[in-house]
Design a protein. Sequence first.
Length: 503
Amino acid sequence: MSLFPMSSGRARVRLFQAGAALAAAVLMAGCGNNYRPVVTPINPSGPAAQPTSYAVVISSPSATTPGIVTILDYAGDTVMASAPIGPGPRTFVLDQLGSTGYTVNSDGTLANFPITTTLQAKLVTYTTLASNAKPLNFLAPSAGLWATDLTGNMVDIFQLSPASFKLAVPVAPTPVAIVGSPTLAGQREYVVSQNFADPTGLACNTAPASQPTGVATPIEIQSYTTDPPISVGRCPVYALPSTDTKRIFILNRGSDTVSVINGQSNALNQCTPFIDGQTGRTVTCHPTLPLSTAAVTATGIRPPNGTAGMTATAEPVYAEYNAATSQLVVANYAGGTISVIDVSLDQFGNDSPTFGTTYTIPVGKNPASVTVLYDGSRAYTANQTDGTITIANLTSHSVEKTLTVVGHPRTIVSTQNSLFGKIYAASPDSPYVTILSAATDLVDTTVLVQGNVLDIRTTTQNGISGNGNVTSRTPGFGEPCNMPGLPTPTGTQTALQACQAIP
């Protein structure tokens, strides 16, 4: 007798069939378009992305061949693009956006070129200037272009792209710089003139203390009309604003001073001392900042912390304003120093109690320019006669290191984000750009370009305080010449042409 009746056998068959069907269903669930759980991968974290930034270099292979614009990549220190820009470039500027560059060339043309890694010769456009025009320096705001013109002592204003001439505004003799709002958001620009005729362009290089006092002429942006000129020091050579343009700083090479213009009152930064009703402190205004012991004696103004470290002469030629620390850092060409000046304001726009506090740091011989890291921690000077770069700590006010570079550097610029920084130095007698890493303060690499370097700028504003990118500077008229000391003219050259390496 069977242990399992026939009905039980049929049940076993059905059970087996059900199990097989279940197994098949399980197998089928693993393929086809059936639902699957979504797995979100966790991407590994790495270092912060480096900022998009380029160093733009202008060089000149010879006096008779086209100059070259070279675009260097910030991250890889490599040449991304280059193009010809016209013979004998004399001065160079980038606009506020870092998107367009301009040069004036020895053939009387104004080159306009986009800052792009796809730059080619066909993208470079030219504006023909008047045959008698003698443009010296530029201000390149976010829209338009302003140029000081030695012919007729004018400021030439250009608009559109490529730049086309709009009008000329008369100013005082020998206009050498324009300063103000780089975004045209402010009310006016200031044209700095040396206020005496100088056909050689070398009077403020050879005897700056013997020249008359200069002036700054305000030009109202909306109407292109001038306000009464503001008296500054002897042989003004460079100017820059604070980031908010509440203060304008004029560097006077002949007086060893910085003239301070209050952009809110459109006058020198002076006032009758008054008691601030909010703080109870006595507020004083500072129209002049002395940079040497001779200037302290001449002006009767002594910095709040005294004259420690000041030399007998200074001759300021370049400066940067650092927004992070509200400091003005000035390169003193004759003094072989930099001046670190507190120019902070209080919440009401008045000079702060520490305004004018000055620390003097010795650097190399004849610092022609200086740049400050975005965080305000260190300054780097291009010491022209020494052929060196000095690295100064702006917290301890001491020298950290001195590096020797190729040639006699005249230009030094920087760019930095929270983690990474680069410093670029260039010499007018060398085809090499020296690149330093801010992380190590050592030479990262050198890049060879075509011809000796006229000037260099970076496309980001992080390391270029104030309006250092949007204001050009040309050798002569008080700015350091291409080589240490004054050049000896050759052939039919004038002294100024030799100074500017012009045929």
